[in-house]
Design a protein around this ligand. Structure first.
Ligand code: BGC
Length: 408
C-alpha cells in the first residue's frame, strides 16, 4: 500500500475515533452526580464507555438539583468551550440553548435505536422538540417520595407502613415522643420546593398540581391547605436542617438518626449504596398516596454543538450507549430510578421501583413543573416557598407571592 495513502487513512480513522479497530474517542461529560449513590451510577456509564475503548473525562459539578452544573454547561456552551455531553432534567431547562442553535440533533441515533417506539409517549413528548431529539433520556425519576427507616418506626410503635400524609404526621408524633428527629430535612430552596410539591399532590392530587402549574393559579382553598400542611412539617425538623445537603439528610434516615425524608427516588440510590434493603431496613411511600400521578422527572443528556467529526462521533456513541438495554439496567439499578425502556427485565426491581413501573403501565404520568413552567418561574416560585418556610409570612402573603411567580 502506498505509504502516503495509508497515513491519510489512519488520520481519517483517528478523526472519528477509531484506531486499530477500537473506539478511542474522548468524551467530557458534565453532570451533578456527586453523592455516593449517584457517583456509583454514573460510573457504570463511564465504565461502559471505557470498555468500548473510549476515554471518559468526568466533570462532576456538586450541588443537588443541578442548578450549579447547568450554569457551568450553559456558560461553557455559549462561551465556545462545550463539553461533549451534559446533564439536564426533562423539560424546559435546555429550551433556550436549543433556540440558540447550540445543541447537536441526535435524531439519526434515535431513528437507528427506534426511540419513537421504545419510549412511552409522554416521556417521548418530554424530550422531543419540534420533532427532533436534542436529548437522550436516561431514566425516570420521581421526586415525590417519602422514605423511612423501618427499625426506627417500629421501635417508636409505628407498626403499619405509612401510606398517606396523615399516616406520616401520626408516625412523626410518635417519633417525636420517642425522642427521635421525625423528619430529616435539607433546608435548601430546591429541596423545600420538592417537599412542597409532594405536599401539594398529597393535599389535592393531580387536579391541584395541574391547576397550580398549568393553570398558574394559586388561589384555591386547597392550595392554602397545602401551604398549611407544608408548614406543619417544620415542627418535626431538627435545628441542623438549614442548608443541609439532601444526601446528608438521607444519611440521617439510613443511620436511624431520623425517621422520614421527603425526597426523589435518587435517595434510594443512597440506601442501595449503603447496602440497605427495601422492605427490611427502609420503606418508601408515594407522597400523594399509592395511586399518585407520577410527575415525569429525571435526567437527560444533551450534546452541545460541535462540528469536529471526532467529537460528534463521541456524542453519538454516548447517546447510543446511554439508552442501550445494558446501559439502562446497570445505571438505573444504582441510581434508584426506573429504566426508560420497557424491553428490559424490570422484574427484579424493588417494590418502590415496581410502583413506578406500574404508574407507567397505567399511564399515570403527569407533566412536571419543569415541563409546565419556565426555569425563571420555577426559581421565583421556589424562592416564595422558601420564604414561607423560613419566616413567619402569612398564608395570604405567600399565596400572593406564589401567584406572581407562576405568571412569570
Ligand atoms: C436529578 C437526579 C439527582 C438529583 C439530586 C435531580 O434533579 O434528576 O438525578 O440525583 O437531582 O442531585
Amino acid at each position: 500500500m502506498n505509504m502516503r495513502f495509508k497515513k491519510v487513512t489512519l488520520a481519517a480513522l483517528a478523526s472519528v475515533g477509531f484506531v486499530g479497530g477500537a473506539w478511542a474517542q474522548k468524551a467530557e461529560v458534565i453532570h451533578w452526580w456527586t453523592s455516593g449513590g449517584e457517583a456509583a451510577a454514573i460510573k457504570e456509564m463511564a465504565d461502559m464507555y471505557t470498555k468500548a475503548g473510549g476515554t471518559w473525562v468526568d466533570t462532576p459539578i456538586a450541588g443537588g438539583g443541578g442548578a450549579q452544573a447547568r450554569t457551568v454547561t450553559a456558560n461553557r456552551t455559549m462561551g465556545g468551550d462545550p463539553p461533549t455531553a451534559a446533564q439536564y432534567n426533562y423539560g424546559k431547562q435546555y429550551e433556550e440553548i436549543i433556540k440558540e442553535g447550540l445543541l447537536n440533533d441526535m435524531s439519526d441515533v434515535a431513528a437507528k435505536g427506534n426511540w419513537d417506539k421504545i419510549l412511552p409517549e409522554k416521556i417521548r413528548n418530554a424530550v422531543k422538540v419540534n420533532g427532533k431529539y436534542f436529548a437522550v433520556p436516561v431514566n425516570l425519576h420521581n421526586e415525590n417520595w417519602v422514605w423511612y427507616n423501618k427499625t426506627v418506626l417500629t421501635k417508636a410503635g409505628v407498626t403499619t407502613n405509612p401510606a398517606t400524609l396523615d399516616d406520616v404526621f401520626a408516625a412523626m408524633d410518635k417519633l417525636k415522643a420517642a425522642g427521635v428527629t421525625p423528619l430529616a430535612f435539607g433546608g435548601q430552596g430546591w429541596q423545600e420546593g420538592i417537599t412542597f410539591r409532594s405536599v401539594l399532590l398529597a393535599t389535592g392530587g393531580a387536579d391541584l398540581y395541574m391547576k397550580t402549574f398549568k393553570g398558574r393559579d394559586a388561589s384555591s382553598p386547597q392550595f392554602r391547605k397545602a401551604l398549611e400542611n407544608f408548614k406543619k412539617l417544620k415542627n418535626y425538623t431538627d435545628a441542623g436542617s438549614p442548608g443541609r445537603d439532601w444526601n446528608l439528610a438521607t444519611n440521617m434516615v439510613i443511620e436511624g438518626k431520623a425517621g422520614f425524608q421527603f425526597m426523589g427516588d435518587w435517595a434510594k440510590g443512597e440506601f442501595i449504596n449503603a447496602k440497605k434493603v427495601e422492605g427490611k431496613d427502609f420503606g418508601c411511600m408515594m407522597a400523594g398516596g399509592p395511586k399518585m400521578p407520577y410527575a415525569i422527572g429525571g435526567d437527560v443528556f444533551v450534546f452541545p454543538k460541535t462540528n469536529k467529526a471526532d467529537a460528534v462521533a463521541a456524542q453519538k456513541k454516548l447517546a447510543e450507549m446511554m439508552i442501550s438495554p445494558a446501559g439502562q439496567v446497570a445505571f438505573n439499578n444504582k441510581k434508584g430510578s426506573i429504566p426508560i425502556r420497557s424491553d428490559v427485565d424490570l422484574s427484579k426491581m424493588d417494590a418502590c421501583a415496581q410502583a413506578g413501573v406500574q404508574a407507567i403501565k397505567e399511564n399515570r404520568l403527569l407533566q412536571s413543573d419543569n415541563e409546565l413552567i419556565t426555569p425563571d418561574a420555577k426559581g421565583a416560585f421556589e424562592d416564595a416557598v422558601s420564604k414561607f418556610w423560613n419566616s413567619n409570612q402569612s398564608v395570604d402573603d405567600a399565596v400572593k407571592a406564589m401567584q406572581t411567580a407562576l405568571k412569570l
